[in-house]
Structures are given as C-alpha cells and as structure tokens.
Ligand binder design. Structure first.
Ligand code: FES
Length: 329
C-alpha cells in the first residue's frame, strides 16, 4: 500500500496499486468532485501533484487527450485516471460548486494555464475639455452613455472584450480566446475606428452645444494572466501583469507626444506592413525605456472576426450543456 497526503484536507489515506486516486479518496470519505463519474471527460477530478509525480502511472490515452485540450501542465492529473506505485502528495483542485462555476470559465477559455499573449487597448478621455467639470449631471450620463455604447460596439466588432472600465478610462482585451489570431492587428484597427467614431460623436455633440471628447489610445502586446471575473460570463476575463501598467503608460504618453494613438514595439512589429506610422520615440516606465509608434491608419482590410458566445442558462444545466459542446469540438 502507498500513501496519499491530501491537501487542503490535511489527511493521509492509503491506496493500493489497483485503485485510482479518485477511488482511494472516495473510499476514505473525501468527497472529491467527479462530475462525469470517472470517465475522463469533465476534468473536475483534477489534482495537482505536489510531490511524488514519479510514482504516478502514465496518463491514459483519454487523460492525455483531455490534458492536451486543456493545456494541463505535467503536474496536473485526473484523479479518476491516475494510479500510484509509491507515496504522493496532492492538492485537490475542485473542492465545491464555486470551483465548478470557475472551472466552466476555464473550459470556455480553453486552458487552466491562463497566461497568454494578448493585445491590450486603453482609451482615456483627456484634456482641458473635461466635460464632467463643465456640464450638468444629466449631460454627463447622456454623453457617457453614447461614448460607452460606441466603444463597446467598436471593440466587439474587432473581437475584443472590455473587462475594465474606470471612470473615463476603458481597457479592452484582444486575443483572449483560444487559438486567437491577429490580436495585435485587430486592436490597432479597433483603436483607429474608435478615434473615428469619437470624432463623429463630437460633431453630434457640437450641434447640441456639448463639449467635444478628447480621447487618446494606447495599445500593447504581451503576456497577461487572464482571470474570469464572473462565472456566469466565462468569456469576460480581466488581465493582470506588467502589460497592464505598460499599456497605461503608453496611453498616457499621447499627452507628451501630442498624438492620439500610440502602440508599443511589440504591436508595431506585428502590423508594420500595414500600419501608417507618423513618428516614433521613446518613453520610460519604472526606468525601462519603451519605443512607441504613432499610428495614423492601416492599409488593406481588417481581419474577419468570429462571434463571441455568451452563456446565460442556469449553472448545473449550463455546465453539462457546455461540457457536451466542449467535447464535441
Ligand atoms: S471524473 Fe471526470 S474527468 Fe475524472
């Protein structure tokens, strides 16, 4: 017999060579989640091997297929498929219904490794014409509603999502979906379209004697950790990481440069064959120098964008429906 040290339960259970980890946990009264009944297609029995990975049986073909789909690191295993020949320490990863809700979000985005390269766009209303200081309350609501409506429309049109709005500052993510392509290019097209639609909005506002909106945009590309912020909307992820600070700095640099749309070098490298660049220069963030480029247009046609799906049905049914759909891919 071997021993499983199990976290977060802080319990030790015995396991024979013929039993799976799932069977051993359940036999010892540890309620380990196993939505598909141990058939290697739900992944809710996933465990992290903290110690003794060399004592684990090789993944079965069914486990390998699921692990590939979900981009599991080697130390994440399915308890329903794993047997052991020596002592192991594990952490159970799906403890309760809340975890299942969160898991659904991870399945939707395609991986538990949620680090990925994305393009981030930040748009901010700036300048002396700061309307919230000069207009009445009703006017602010009216203008901002129109503004956000337009931003949302443009970002969605290019396959982005908006996980973050703080006052007059909007952040959009492009490339959060699995197998995303042309995220940088889509973000630049969206940035230009955004400036165009705000210019049109300003004509409308002028007719009504409102102050114009002065919007500047910064775009950066790099690694971000994407966290679902609402289990009922698994496609809405918020990014964390250095990229978030960097893109804010790039957007703010528009004021120094006197530009409307600046992109980082990592964006520029991906769009340089299509982008019309007016000028470039260096900015600093935390003593690190960034090269930025002012983009004034794009040549050719924007890439086509697939529709982003929403998930609105009740949680348990939704999970099983989602699972069937996920497995049929
Ligand atoms: S119980 Fe579903 S994958 Fe293991």
């Amino acid at each position: 017999m071997s021993k499983i040290n199990c976290l977060p339960d802080k319990r030790s259970v015995e396991i024979s060579k013929s039993d799976t980890v799932l069977e051993a946990l359940l036999a010892n009264g540890i309620e380990h989640t196993h939505v598909c009944g141990g058939n290697a297609y739900c992944s809710t029995c996933r465990i992290m091997i903290l110690d003794g990975v060399q004592n684990c049986s090789p993944p079965t073909s069914a486990e390998r297929a699921l692990a590939k789909k979900l981009d599991f690191p080697v130390h994440v295993r399915l308890a329903c498929q794993t047997k052991v020949t020596g002592d192991v320490s594990i952490r159970r990863m799906v403890i309760d219904n809340e975890d299942i809700d969160i898991l659904e979000g991870q399945l939707a985005t395609g991986a538990i490794n949620s680090d990925r390269n994305v393009a981030l766009l930040v748009a901010t209303i700036r300048g002396e014409t700061n309307f919230d200081e000069v207009n009445f309350h009703y006017d602010i609501v009216y203008i901002m509603s129109r503004y956000f409506h337009r931003v949302q429309k443009v970002v969605g049109q290019y396959g982005g999502i908006i996980p973050n709005v703080m006052g007059v500052r909007v952040m959009a993510v492009f490339g959060f979906e699995k197998n995303a392509s042309l995220a940088a290019e889509r973000a630049v097209w969206a940035g230009l379209e955004l400036l165009k639609t705000i210019a049109e909005l300003n004509v409308f506002l002028k007719k009504l004697s409102y102050k114009p909106l002065n919007v500047s945009v910064g775009i950066h590309y790099g690694a971000a950790v994407l966290i679902p912020i609402d289990p009922s909307k698994p496609n809405v992820l918020t990014p964390l990481g250095d990229i978030v600070n960097s893109v804010s700095r790039i957007e703010a640099a528009n004021q120094e440069v006197g530009s409307d749309l600046l992109v980082s070098e990592s964006i520029y490298k991906q769009v340089k064959d299509k982008a019309m660049i007016n000028r470039n220069g260096n900015i600093t963030l935390h003593k690190t120098e960034f090269k930025v480029y002012e983009v004034t247009g794009m040549q050719g046609n924007p890439p086509k964008v697939a529709k982003v799906e929403e998930f609105n049905s009740p949680a348990p049914k939704r999970f099983m429906a989602f699972l069937q759909k996920f497995l049929s891919k």
